[in-house]
Write a protein that binds this ligand. Structure first.
Ligand SMILES: *[C@@H]1O[C@H](CO)[C@@H](O)[C@H](O)[C@H]1NC(C)=O
Length: 136
């Protein structure tokens, strides 16, 4: 009798541990994310973002406005979006969302970027901030 009881307790404990750690391990996977890119320059910014499977098209972000999109990180954690920027001060193509870099970095499932005269900034207000200088 008591052996049977012990086995059920063990079984429940295993289910609990599996749910608990399974959740922790699975959390970065299939994780919903928003990317918001704000134009803090005085003039328009033209942006073109793509992933392997999606082309988000060409958008003009007027001064002071933002462009935003959402998606889910794939199960393999290989989701990558790159964006081309054209501005009066310079331009370039940069990796704007990279799952391994940005799932731990971006807070509240949102990655904030700002386009400035000196390039593109990914900011959290801490040491994980990124600055991509214009390439051209
Ligand atoms: C900025 O973009 C807006 C909207 O696309 C456009 O109407 C405007 O002419 C642009 N301004 C300049 C200076 O290119």
């Amino acid at each position: 009798m008591s052996l049977k009881k012990n086995k059920s307790v063990l079984f429940l404990a295993m289910i609990f541990l599996f749910l608990f750690f399974g959740e922790t391990i699975a959390q970065p996977l299939n994780f919903p994310v928003h990317v918001r890119i704000t134009n803090t320059m005085a003039s328009n910014v033209t942006i073109h973002c793509k992933s392997k499977n999606d082309d988000l098209g060409i958008h003009v972000i007027p001064s002071g406005q933002y462009y935003e999109w959402g998606f889910r990180v794939n199960l393999w954690g290989t989701t990558l979006f790159f964006c081309g920027f054209t501005t009066k001060k310079g331009g370039g193509v940069y990796d704007i969302f990279e799952a391994k870099r940005d799932v731990p970095r971006c807070r509240d499932h949102t990655c904030y970027w700002g386009v400035k005269d000196d390039g593109v900034h990914g900011y959290n207000g801490d040491a994980t901030d990124i600055w991509f200088k214009w390439k051209s």
